[in-house]
Design a protein around this ligand. Structure first.
Ligand SMILES: Nc1ncnc2c1ncn2[C@@H]1O[C@H](COP(=O)(O)OP(=O)(O)OP(=O)(O)O)[C@@H](O)[C@H]1O
Ligand SMILES: [Mg+2]
Length: 324
């Protein structure tokens, strides 16, 4: 197969994406496919038309690449691609919107409040404290990699919360404020089987090293976090995490793969934070690591994903009705 691996884009995570994309392209080459790395920019439609590709593999994170925009371009160009379609990508990209759907199917999520650009940040901070409690987390509504995410202590001044809200609003038009959920950081991948059945990979327990939470440096700094996969949990807890990951994948209508992030309390309380439709894909990223723990090597994982995309049925095009 000839595969276009799309990377980059106008996202703070562009370099993360380029690292993942190179790993995916190398894996596809090892599996006997041809691959080309293409940048997500205004020249992409031309590069995609010029290349004659069987499948497109978006390895992009954040705005344009993971939120349905790139997926819309690929739909218009009638190209088959790995991963979720336009709607599921857009739903997952917005934490507040995704949480509405998670709540609707009974998945365990934290309460939240959304603050929009133009709202008075100090008023919003006071309201968040009243509604949600003292210790809080502020995130951009459509962010990633913990960028512009702040943890606010219970004894911090409302001013500090207000400036955290403004920081999140610098990178997005909306911010989401949640109660701080105490617990361990856990993530769980979902990989669709060849028959389309969504099956959870073993969950991973993540421990930041040298930071007290899983911030940007802990994520991508070498040796800055430890991953334990399968997470050393009781079977019942593993099952509840996996059920929630598959439930979240289905609630948003995700396709092929996704990775759900959780906080798990000491008493085994599971809180679903969000779903990533295009998780990091370097060979040591969380999703490939969990696939390997299930016996699916990185090369096999990348091959399976492009084969699945290629085997998708072509779009049904109805005959245009004559005008009455
Ligand atoms: N309500 C919360 N309580 C405690 N910690 C939280 C909460 N929300 C987020 N966090 C912390 O912030 C990190 C980033 O949050 P989240 O996973 O929701 O967003 P993200 O930046 O989009 O992540 P990713 O890069 O994995 O897509 C989490 O990994 C977790 O450490
Ligand atoms: Mg996350």
């Amino acid at each position: 197969m000839s595969v276009a691996v799309v990377v980059g884009g106008p996202s703070a995570e562009a370099n993360v994406s380029r690292t993942s994309g190179r790993a995916v392209a190398d894996a596809l080459t090892s599996a006997g496919h041809r691959s080309a790395l293409l940048e997500l920019d205004g020249d992409l439609p031309r590069a995609l038309s010029a290349g004659v590709f069987d499948v497109v593999f978006p390895v992009t994170h954040g705005p344009l690449g993971e939120d349905g925009c790139l997926q819309g371009l690929l739909e218009v160009m009638d190209l088959r691609y790995v991963g979720s379609d336009v709607l599921a990508s857009a739903l997952a990209a917005s934490k507040p919107v995704a949480k509405v759907l998670f709540r609707a199917v009974g998945l365990p999520v934290a309460a939240d409040m959304v603050v929009r650009a133009g709202d008075d940040s100090l008023r919003a901070a006071r309201e968040a404290r009243r509604e949600l409690g003292g210790a809080l987390v502020v995130k951009p509504a459509c962010g990633g990699s913990a960028i512009a995410t702040s943890r606010i202590d219970a004894d911090a001044a409302d001013d500090e919360l207000a400036s955290a809200i403004r920081r999140a609003l610098e990178v997005d038009d909306a911010a989401i404020v949640e109660p701080f959920v105490r617990g361990r950081e856990v993530t769980c991948g979902v990989l669709e089987e060849p028959d389309g059945n969504a099956s959870a990979l073993p969950p991973t327990l993540i421990e930041a090293q040298g930071a007290d939470w899983y911030d940007f440096t802990s994520r991508y700094g070498s040796g800055k976090s430890r991953h334990y996969c399968p997470a050393p949990f009781e079977p019942d807890l593993i099952q509840r995490i996996q059920d929630a990951a598959v439930g979240a994948h289905r609630a948003l209508g995700c396709r092929d793969l996704s990775r759900a992030d959780f906080v798990v309390g000491d008493g085994g309380e599971v809180t679903l934070l969000e779903v990533n439709t295009l998780p990091g894909m370097t060979s040591t990223s969380l999703f490939p690591e969990a696939a390997a723990a299930r016996g699916v090597s990185f090369v096999e994982l990348c091959s399976r994903l492009v084969e699945r995309a290629r085997s998708r049925k072509p779009r049904r095009i109805p005959a245009p009705l004559p005008m009455p």
